[in-house]
Design a protein around this ligand. Structure first.
Ligand code: NAD
Length: 287
C-alpha cells in the first residue's frame, strides 16, 4: 500500500515518523522549510540508529538498509507523487492549510494526505482541497517517540473514504502499531483526556517551584503508575507544542475553564524554555 512517503516537518515528530517509516522498508523523504533542520533531522535519526546497534537492538546491516531508505530533501526537490504525504509542521491551522493547498496542486490525486495534528479539525484542514483529495485526507496522529509508541490515532473526516481508513488500519496493525479509529473532534481521544494530566498538575504547582514539580512527577510516576510525570512529559513533547494543543482544544470547547491554558506554561514559552529540545524546561538538560 505504501512504498514512498514524504514527511514534511523535520522536528521531533517528523524525525520519529521518518525513522519508523524507513524501518518498515519504505522510501522516505524528509523535508522542512529550514534547510538546517533537514540535515539535522537526518543526522539525528542516523545517530539514534547507531546507538541502537551499539545496544545490540538491531544489526548494522539492518540499520544500513534503513539509512539507505531515508533522504533529506528541501521543499523544492522532493519526488513527486508519494503514496503518502504526511505533515508534521507547526500546530497552526492556517499554516497547515496553506501547505496542503500547495501540495494538492502539485501532487496527483492518488497521494493520500495526512496530518499529524494533535488537536486541529481534520475537516477544517482539508476544506480548501479538491473533492478527490478530501476523500484521501486523514489524520494520522502518532505519539512521541514514534518508533517506540505503538498507538496511532487514525482520524476520519466527513469525506474520507472508508476504504482508506480500513487499509491504513490493517497496514499499521501488520507493522505492530495499535491504531485507534477516531471521529474528528477536538483533541481526538488522547489529547482531550490528557489535558487534565497536564492542566491539574499545573494548577497544583501554580508557579515555577522545582521541588513541587519534582514531587508531582514522582508521585504520578512511582505511585500513579504513569511512565512519566506530567512535567517530564511536557518537556519531552515541547512546552510550546503542548501549549498550542491546549489553546486549540480550549477554543474548540468555547473556552471552557477546565481546558484553559495555564500562566506558568505561557510564561515558559515566552522565555523560550521549551523543554528537552532547547536544553531547559521544567528540568535542565544542558550537559
Ligand atoms: P517541532 O517544533 O519539533 O517541529 C516542527 C518542524 O516543522 C520544524 O522543524 C519547523 O521548521 C517545521 N516547519 C514549520 N513550518 C513549516 C512549513 N510551513 N513548511 C515546512 N516545515 C515547517 O514540532 P513537533 O513537536 O514535531 O510537532 C509537529 C506536529 O506534530 C504538530 O502538529 C504537533 O501538534 C504534532 N504532534 C506533536 C507531538 C509531540 O510530542 N511533540 C506528538 C504528536 C503530535
Amino acid at each position: 500500500m505504501l512504498n514512498k512517503v514524504l514527511v514534511v516537518g523535520a522536528g521531533t515528530m517528523g524525525q520519529g515518523i521518518a525513522q519508523w517509516m524507513a524501518q518498515q522498508g519504505i522510501e522516505v523523504e524528509l523535508a522542512d522549510i529550514r534547510l538546517e533542520a533537514i540535515s539535522k533531522g537526518v543526522e539525528s535519526i542516523n545517530k539514534s540508529w547507531k546507538r541502537l546497534v551499539e545496544k545490540g537492538k538491531f544489526t548494522a546491516d539492518e540499520v544500513l538498509s534503513w539509512s539507505a531508505n531515508l533522504k533529506g530533501v528541501d521543499l523544492e526537490t522532493f519526488s513527486p507523487n508519494p503514496d503518502l504525504f504526511i505533515e508534521a509542521i507547526a500546530e497552526d491551522l492556517d499554516i497547515k492549510k496553506g501547505m496542503f493547498k500547495d501540495a494538492d496542486q502539485m501532487m496527483n490525486e492518488k497521494t493520500i494526505f495526512a496530518s499529524n495534528t494533535s488537536s486541529l479539525s481534520i475537516n477544517k484542514l482539508c476544506e480548501d482541497l479538491s473533492t478527490a483529495r478530501k476523500r484521501r485526507f486523514v489524520g494520522l496522529h502518532f505519539f512521541n517517540p514514534v518508533p517506540i509508541m505503538k498507538l496511532v490515532e487514525i482520524i476520519q473526516g466527513n469525506n474520507t473514504d472508508q476504504e482508506i481508513i480500513d487499509n491504513l488500519k490493517s497496514w499499521f496493525e501488520e507493522r505492530g502499531k495499535v491504531p485507534a479509529l477516531c471521529q474528528d473532534s477536538p483533541g481526538f481521544i488522547v489529547n482531550r483526556m490528557a489535558r487534565n494530566f497536564y492542566g491539574e498538575p499545573l494548577r497544583i504547582v501554580q508557579d515555577f517551584n522545582r521541588k513541587k514539580i519534582t514531587s508531582t512527577d514522582t508521585i504520578l510516576r512511582e505511585v500513579g503508575g504513569f511512565k512519566m510525570g506530567p512535567f517530564e512529559l511536557l518537556d519531552l513533547i515541547g512546552i510550546d507544542v503542548n501549549l498550542s494543543v491546549t489553546r486549540s482544544v480550549w477554543e474548540a470547547f468555547k473556552k471552557a475553564p477546565r481546558f484553559a491554558p495555564h500562566k506558568l506554561q505561557e510564561g515558559m514559552v515566552n522565555l523560550g524554555l521549551l523543554g528537552k529540545k532547547t536544553g531547559e524546561g521544567y528540568y535542565n538538560y544542558e550537559k
